[in-house]
Design a protein around this ligand. Sequence first.
Ligand code: 4AD
Ligand code: MG
Length: 476
Amino acid sequence: MSRSKIKSILDHQATDYPASVKGWVRSFRNNQFIALNDGSCQANLQVVIGLETDESIVKRITAGAAIAAHGNIVASLGKGQRVELKADSIEILGDCDGEQYPLQLKNRPSLEYLREIAHLRFRTNTFSAVFRVRHALAFAIHQFFNERGFVYLHTPVITASDAEGAGEMFRVTTLPFDGTPRNEQGAVAFSEDFFGRATNLTVSGQLEAELGAMALGEVYTFGPTFRAENSNTARHLAEFWMIEPEVAFADIHDNMNLAEDFVRYLIRYALEHCTEDLNFLAQRLADEEKNKPQQERSGMGLLEKLTSVAENSFERITYTEAIGILLASPAFKKKKFQYEVKWGIDLQSEHERYLVEKHFGKPVIVRDYPKEIKAFYMRQNEDGKTVAAMDILAPGIGEIVGGSQREERLDKLSQRMEEMHVPHEELYWYLDTRRFGTAPHAGFGLGFERMVQFVTGMGNIRDVIPFPRTPKNAEF
Ligand code: 4AD
Ligand code: MG
């Protein structure tokens, strides 16, 4: 008999039919009741084994073991489940050494501990929920753009350019570390490297996406990005996934509209398609909140927060207004901010959180930032001081989206590149789009893991990517 997924058995109203299931034992009690999980959903299927089951098999049914069970789906007499599998036979597919199995623990293991056994943490309710939600969001992203006629563009992972100009790149090379070839000036001879030049892992697919948008009109990328920034925070990864749409004939306002629609669409999608997992994660978060001191608790539950973000429009303010709000805030007057507040600063996490969580109580889109703190490609505003940049700040996360209208005017772009020491010869191909039929365009980047954090309520970004890459950590 072919294998049924537990989800389809539990979703089904029918009873009294034969079925075979395969999965991993979550628990086994009274030598009779197996809670079986196959990853297709959060709920376990109760498998009831017959009293005549061979002793040698019963002994091997331990938490973590992989088994197959064959029998009949019947209405359950016990509490807690509508149906159960009355097993005629059990096959042990893979034994699990109970002495060594780290998830045997009776107490709920901490997230920190589970990070150390990330190869096994998928087997917990929390992580299977997180990764099913992550999958659903990835799917919804493609659906969102496909519905709107965007072309999915695969931009390169290996590149010679530094799109963000922040110099936080991982080098890609096949040159030897001992006896590295040198040129006449004594510098590393990258001409002898694999690509005949210095290359690195991409920090963003944006520049290449812009090239695509200048012909295909509306494109998006969705791929891994790499940043060698030494940030050991709950919001930073050295390898993360980013979604970067790029739209021709769009300005900063079109860009904000698209980004807001996109974020709210993803949340609605998760609320509609991940109900069971989100209910579980909401409960997990509520339990976690109970252990926090009163003043650190957030008033809203996860589902309330998501519903509220999905249903209400975001606040939109300029950077200058944001600084004004911060300077007028009780927090500023009581010297509660650790970092300085004045026009020109890069907003720190404490400032972003104040605006979003305390002042507005909803996501905020901040636009028109000082040009000094933003990348070379952003369109310069008439005031000569700001650029048409926009960031979306989300409660509990801070910056979740960063984007801008792009500088499409060749003279302005060249001038800004010079001022910021971005070499023209390395980006001639980028400048070419401004020579050959340039057009206004705009785009943004959504940090996928930050989005997954927001939707799942997970506090640490390392817990929403299967195998996190952070400074001094590339295990698994
Ligand atoms: O603001 P960023 O640096 O913008 C760009 O890379 C632009 N090229 C995007 C564009 O306009 N096409 O990054 C965009 C988003 C941030 O808002 C954040 O959500 C996420 O990427 N992000 C990170 N996520 C995890 N770990 C990191 N180290 C991240 N750095 C940025
Ligand atoms: Mg940014």
